[in-house]
Design a protein around this ligand. Structure first.
Ligand code: THU
Length: 132
């Protein structure tokens, strides 16, 4: 099992998902090669819960890294689970359009898409250029 997949599968076990019972693990490879991982952390006040991808991004940024080279997301679903809309935007903040995002099930089904495919027409900093 490659390092990224292994990290995502392992961290998924730590997910706090008592409300959805849907555990998700995410792992990112940063520019320096380090792998960062995160799991979903739900809250009794439902909207306060956070996604696995957000946790992995927070860990990466806290460690001083700013560039995602590759991502892996795994869940115990019948089909690979894509990052939610908000997480697509969060991933796009730190990853180029050609970054590969592997979405996987715990049974080993995998689907790969690029960030550009996941978030076409992304809102980027250039959209704010020239605003008065
Ligand atoms: N979830 C993630 O952590 N990542 C995704 O890509 C999809 C959804 C979580 C949020 C919530 O804790 C649970 O899955 C059900 O939506």
């Amino acid at each position: 099992m490659d390092e990224l997949k292994q990290a995502a599968v392992a961290v998924r076990e730590n997910a706090h998902a008592p409300y959805s019972n849907f555990k998700v693990g995410a792992a990112l490879r940063a520019a320096d090669g380090t792998v960062f991982s995160g799991c979903n952390v739900e809250n009794v006040a439902y909207p306060e819960g956070t996604c696995a991808e957000a946790g992995a991004i927070a860990a990466m940024v806290a460690a001083g890294q700013r560039q995602i080279l590759e991502a892996y997301v795994v869940a115990g679903s019948p089909m690979p689970v894509p990052p939610c809309g908000g997480c697509r935007q969060k991933l796009a903040e730190f990853g180029a359009g050609d970054v590969r995002v592997t979405m996987a099930t715990t049974k080993g089904v995998e689907q790969v898409m690029t960030l550009a495919e996941l978030l076409p027409g992304a809102f980027v900093a250039a959209h704010m250029d020239g605003d008065a």
